[in-house]
Design a binder for this molecule. Structure first.
Ligand code: NAD
Ligand code: WQD
Length: 335
């Protein structure tokens, strides 16, 4: 049995679907602080499997122990975390408590229950922004936000745990910028309130919920002056988790990899691709640079290809098509 924490969230729900499609027995947990219970019906509609789900906080050690008593858990994929960079600057303690508390309680209970296989959601945000691009796994680390520090500190905690208990094997997966949605249009990204990230903002402009996109800066040192990122289809990302799980379960030890496409696209590249895929115009205005942003980063994805035999398959156009299908079939998200 595989345990997914943060299972009803954006990446968790897509990974759940891929695991069920691959025949895994899965139990999902989530406290629903940033997701919707309706995800469960959608997962069932896609996979024809009724998802096993328990609403709980991953920081609750007793609830975790009961869960591990109920199911024989072979491995955990740990997504549960708060992820809004800006909010983490205003509420750092909430982020440290939730994200570090979660990994702490989870790994403690895993140790007690003899479950030593863990896939961890890390992020490209752990790389020092002064690194040259593309980012390689061995490059210096650093962070500019409490959110980023929770990911760096979690990685460190897990490394220390591995040293103290060599039974543990951990996949540290550093995601770049996930966008897109399942091709069914049944599950996708459903941010609460005003989206912080680019793609959900674009889809909400396209559906008429927001008048225009603000593009943060047109004077970056990039090919068209707008910020460049490594956008990756969430289904490709989800499949990377299956590869990582198989790697760990085959006894090869721990692994640290970037999950990205290895290609950088600008905000304007994304807007153009989206306009073509959706056949809608995206009005935009240039606005001042957003604090904390950098000009460009994308992954070196060679290690994932070599060690996991994984690489992203979907292109930018397909990411836009699927994001738009999700948004147009669900103008108000899951509500
Ligand atoms: P999400 O917010 O959609 O999913 C996270 C889920 O965790 C939510 O359903 C939320 O309700 C749940 N959760 C949060 N705290 C919890 C707790 N204490 N107990 C139980 N459930 C809890 O986010 P996502 O985009 O699916 O991200 C999943 C993971 O990937 C996170 O760890 C995030 O930091 C990481 N990540 C995301 C991105 C991105 O751009 N989306 C990039 C890099 C890394
Ligand atoms: C992409 C580009 C913006 C919104 C964030 C987190 C990171 C990771 C992924 C979790 C940038 C521009 C955006 C808008 C814009 N999450 N933009 N107008 O900042 O690369 O990464 O999400 O680990 O930690 O920081 O993603 O989608 O916010 O921005 O012009 O309304 O779009 O300036 O160039 P980012 P993003």
């Amino acid at each position: 049995m595989i345990l997914i924490t943060g299972a009803t969230g954006y990446i968790g729900s897509h990974t759940w679907v891929e695991l069920l499609n691959a025949g895994y027995d899965v139990v999902g947990i989530d406290n629903l602080c940033n997701s919707n219970i309706k995800v469960l019906d959608r997962i069932e509609a896609i996979t024809s499997v009724k998802p096993k789900f328990i609403e709980m906080n991953v920081c609750n050690s007793n609830a975790l122990k009961s869960l591990f008593n109920l199911y024989s858990i072979d491995a955990v994929i740990h997504f549960a975390a708060l992820k809004a960079v800006g909010k983490s600057v205003n509420n750092p303690l909430e982020y440290y408590k939730n994200n570090l508390g979660g990994i702490l309680e989870l790994t403690q209970v895993m140790s007690e229950k003899n479950c030593f296989t863990l896939v961890f959601s890390s992020s490209a945000t752990v790389y020092d922004a002064n690194n040259p691009i593309p980012y390689q796994e061995g490059m210096p680390l650093g962070s500019t936000s409490p959110y980023g520090w929770t990911k760096l500190m979690s990685e460190q905690m897990l490394r220390d745990l591995e040293i103290s208990n060599p039974n543990f094997s951990v996949a540290y997966l550093r995601y770049f910028n996930p966008i897109g949605a399942h091709e069914s249009g049944f599950i996708g990204e459903d941010p609460l309130g005003i989206p912080n990230n680019l793609m959900p903002y674009i889809t909400q402009v396209a559906i008429g919920k927001r008048p225009h996109l603000s593009i943060y800066g047109n004077d970056w040192l990039t090919h068209d002056g707008t910020g460049v990122r490594d956008y990756i289809h969430v289904v490709d990302l989800a499949r990377g988790h299956l590869k990582a799980l198989n790697y760990l379960m085959s006894g090869k030890g721990s692994i640290l990899v970037n999950l990205g496409t290895g290609k950088g696209f600008s905000v304007l590249d994304l807007v153009k691709a989206f306009e073509k895929a959706s056949n809608r115009k995206i009005p935009y205005q240039f606005a001042p640079r957003r604090i904390g942003d950098i000009a460009a980063f994308y992954s070196d994805s060679a290690r994932a290809q070599k060690d996991l035999n994984w690489r992203a398959e979907y292109d930018l156009y397909r990411m836009c098509e699927d994001s738009w299908r999700w948004q147009s079939m669900n103008p108000n998200g899951y509500e």
